[in-house]
Design a binder for this molecule. Structure first.
Ligand code: ARG
Length: 123
């Protein structure tokens, strides 16, 4: 694949740009722009290889087929390496591990607001 990438001069990357802040779209002068942490990472990889960065946006479910059929050279889409997926594709090392989301309250309220549910109906 690396040979093919160098020869064609472009790295074709598949993503499902519906997952901010990792991959999503913005509109600039009516043009769709692909942005996010994953997009930047893929751009850097293309830059390191000295080739053009080409992004192909598709549904999350189409990504693995696109990779297996060579429609894209690599996938970057916040995809979790599950045992099932590992049977058909090769994952890189983990570069980002979501560790959970939090909200913060004043310490004196810690027993009052201790879950998302406890915030319900509060103004
Ligand atoms: N990490 C989850 C998974 O691998 C969700 C990823 C969704 N990514 C996306 N670009 N929509 O199933």
């Amino acid at each position: 694949v690396l040979k093919k990438i160098k020869k064609s001069g472009e790295l074709v990357v598949g993503t499902s740009a519906d997952y901010p802040p990792l991959e999503f779209t913005t509109s600039e002068n009516g043009k769709t722009k692909y942005v996010g942490v994953d997009v930047e990472l893929a751009k850097d990889i293309a830059k390191d290889l000295g080739v053009k960065f080409v992004i192909k946006n598709m549904s999350f479910d189409s990504l693995l087929v696109a990779l297996e059929t060579g429609k894209v050279d690599m996938v970057i889409s916040a995809m979790t390496p599950t045992p099932e997926r590992k049977q058909s594709v090769a994952f890189s090392k983990i570069y980002y591990k979501p560790s959970g989301e939090y909200f913060l309250v004043n310490k004196r309220d810690k027993d009052k607001y201790n879950s998302i549910q406890s915030l319900e109906g509060q103004t």
